[in-house]
Design a protein around this ligand. Structure first.
Ligand code: GDP
Ligand code: IMO
Ligand code: MG
Length: 426
């Protein structure tokens, strides 16, 4: 059994956590490959509602191993807190089943402070980051000055390096942003304790992935965020700082493309976005408000209200291309119940010119010139949360899914009709 890659096809929060939880039942290893605790992945199963930020969403299956891969940036405080919460629920997060790649990068308290300061300094151009230190940590990684998890094997030396880095960040905080410095000694003491706690979890992540693949078992690769937050292919600069697409699974975990057998794009039945940046099908009216309330569209990590809009097939087509999608999992179809008419964007238009391709590469100002071209479809009134087969969906809901498949050219193999593990059609 090979590698299966799960990616977000929109701006994040598509329901990756719940789909990974479903697919994980067949996996030997579930591995997060990018991002950090900016992610919030929800799993509702076995009487628990887990809100996971760093621990992979397969954690409810006791027989599989979870890996936080090299491409992830880790705030040890958040990881330890999350492990404690899971342990309190009776979920095993011991070193033999929760592994941390030695090559993953470490987020410091000053990375978080710099994140907040830098975004605030952007003023009206603020990205609206999660303030988890993601951008500054990946920047230090690219500048080749950051600490990696592997250094935690020597907690005292790690603590010295933490203090040194905090001092360097403090200079930037004070000089560039006029902020108070953070205590290097406190950070060193805290991170020494985290290192003692986390060192037993360290592993050579790429070697672990390779072993599982060589044994013919399935590796399930879990993305954070979504295509349009990708550093290269998203709506730059309103993006996150990592590779959120299928290619990111290969670089973030360290294995080759020939092992990938399935790439699954997770898409909501409508579109949402948290934070600033372009959103062509955004609804700033009562329909948008209704979707937000019915869908519970508030950030899992920050609690911010999510911006809501119609489904955008131009984006899904783009997701199919960039990720080489084999299939879609379409979540939250139940949220659309009760809307009389539904719109989907099938193309964009600019001065009489029409395109079916998402115009990402020329930047957000160029993107703003394009307006969505909508098709209207009939809605359905029925509650579909108890439906378990596609044939039992109301005809209009069936038609909605079929039109997505037809317009994008990718089959929908999973339909979410509620947040619970069993509330799905597949
Ligand atoms: P992720 O970041 O992609 O894992 O998604 P989030 O967990 O941030 O947000 C998805 C939200 O939708 C969570 O609250 C899920 O419990 C919920 N959810 C997932 N699938 C469905 C579905 O099919 N129907 C409904 N009503 N809720 C869903
Ligand atoms: P999951 O994995 C939705 C957004 C932030 C902001 C931008 C940059 O749950 O889908 P960052 O803190 O990463 O520098 O913020 O990206 N963002 C997300 N939006 N879901 C997420 O993760 C996100 N992670 C980051 O709101 O607009
Ligand atoms: Mg989320």
């Amino acid at each position: 059994m090979p590698a299966v890659v799960v990616v977000g096809a929109q701006w994040g929060d598509e329901g990756k956590g719940r789909v990974v939880d479903w697919l994980a039942r067949e996996a030997q290893l579930v591995a997060r490959f990018n991002g950090g605790d900016n992610a919030g992945h929800t799993v509702v199963a076995q009487g628990h509602t887990l809100k996971l930020h760093l621990v992979p969403s397969g954690v409810l299956y006791p027989t599989l191993t979870c890996l936080i891969g090299a491409g992830v940036v880790v705030n040890p405080a958040q990881l330890v807190a999350e492990m404690d919460e899971l342990a309190a629920l009776g979920i095993d997060v011991g070193p033999s089943r929760l592994k941390l790649s030695a090559a993953a990068h470490i987020i410091l308290p000053t990375h978080r402070a710099l994140d907040g300061a830098r975004d605030a300094a952007r003023g009206r151009g603020a990205i609206g980051t999660t303030k988890r230190g993601i951008g500054p940590t990946y920047a230090d990684k690219a500048a080749r000055v950051n600490l990696r998890a592997g250094e935690m094997t020597n907690p005292e030396h790690f603590a010295e390096r933490v203090a040194e880095a905090v001092r360097a960040h403090n200079r930037r905080l004070q000089e560039q942003y006029g902020m108070e410095p953070l205590s290097p000694e406190q950070a060193a003491a805290d991170y020494c304790a985290y290192a003692q706690r986390l060192a037993p979890h360290l592993t050579d992540g790429s070697a672990l992935v390779g072993e599982v693949l060589d044994a013919g078992e399935m590796v399930l690769c879990e993305a954070a965020q979504g295509l349009l937050l990708d550093l290269d292919h998203g709506t730059y600069p309103y993006v996150t700082s990592s590779s959120t697409v299928a290619g990111g699974a290969l670089t973030g975990l360290g294995f080759g493309p020939r092992h990938v057998s399935r790439v699954i794009g997770i898409a909501k039945a409508y579109t949402t976005r948290v934070g600033a940046g372009p959103f062509p099908t955004e609804l700033l009216d009562e329909v948008g408000d209704r979707i937000r309330e019915v869908g519970g569209e508030y950030g899992t990590t920050t609690g911010r209200p999510r911006r809501c809009g119609w489904l955008d097939l131009v984006i899904l087509r783009y997701a199919a291309r960039i990720n080489g999608l084999d299939e879609f999992a379409l979540t939250k179809l139940d949220v659309l119940s009760g809307l009389e008419r539904l719109k989907v964007a099938v193309a964009y238009e600019r001065d009489g010119e029409r395109t079916e391709h998402f115009p990402a590469e020329f930047g957000v100002e160029a993107l703003a010139q394009w307006k969505p071209v909508y098709e209207e479809l009939p809605g359905w009134a029925e509650d579909i949360s108890g439906v378990r087969s596609r044939g039992d969906l109301p005809p209009a809901a069936r038609e909605y899914v079929a039109r997505i498949e037809e317009w994008v050219g990718v089959p929908v193999t999973f339909i979410g009709v509620g947040p619970e593990r069993e509330q799905k059609i597949c």
